[in-house]
Design a protein around this ligand. Sequence first.
Ligand code: HPA
Length: 267
Amino acid sequence: MMEALDHLVEKLDGLAPKAALVLGSGLGGLVDQVKDARRVSYAELPGFPRSGVSGHAGEVVAGHFAGTPVLMLSGRAHYYEHGNAAAMRPALEVLAGIGISHLILTNAAGSVDPEMGPGSVMLITDHINFSGSNPLIGEPSDRRFVGLTEAYDKGLRSAIEKAAKETGTALHRGVYMWFSGPCFETPAEIRMARVMGANAVGMSTVPEVILARFLGLKVAACSVITNLAAGMTGAELSHQETKDMAPVGGARLATILRRVFQDGLPD
Ligand code: HPA
């Protein structure tokens, strides 16, 4: 951890961002909007993931986004790659170590709600961990008993809602249900998700939210809807569809996030 931390601090060259963004499918292009970019490959940072999912790079890009210092993580580890829900822990520990206090996570997700179609953006208000795992399993200290009553930070959520309004960008809000993946859900699982109170389903983000709260970071998360979930349209789902559709909602979410950083982050 210290080696990655020292290396990243050196590369940041005096830049001290308080906010970090994790870029999911469809948002990778956001790194091109970073001014005075310092780029560090995950390969140079011990403990950072070696993500093998197509559509996900592995790079830290830090600089200024809409005038505000930021650190972007392009590429993440998914539980379904290796069965390790804590795969992002070293990377998030490094972020906390360099002084990041606010973390905004993004992902691609399937919608359980026919009114929230592909291309929509959903602010996550709460989650359901349906993976059967938890990134804090094995953590020996009492710090593992993390409260998640207010997992998604109120101030950050308001800032995102305000930015959506100001930019005239439609923003849904809802509950994200974490399935382990990598296969997509069955229609029966989607009917279950709906009655359980989910609005969107996906294969990431929740372990990072848990780890972020464990590390004391304020966290917010947004989903880019790439498809209606299994059984809702009659068509089979595919990763190609996720990759093809993610940039549509991704562009909307980029507009919102740019405004959040332009307005300045809440305390
Ligand atoms: N299910 C799970 N994960 C996803 C989906 C989905 O329908 N779409 C994009 N990521």
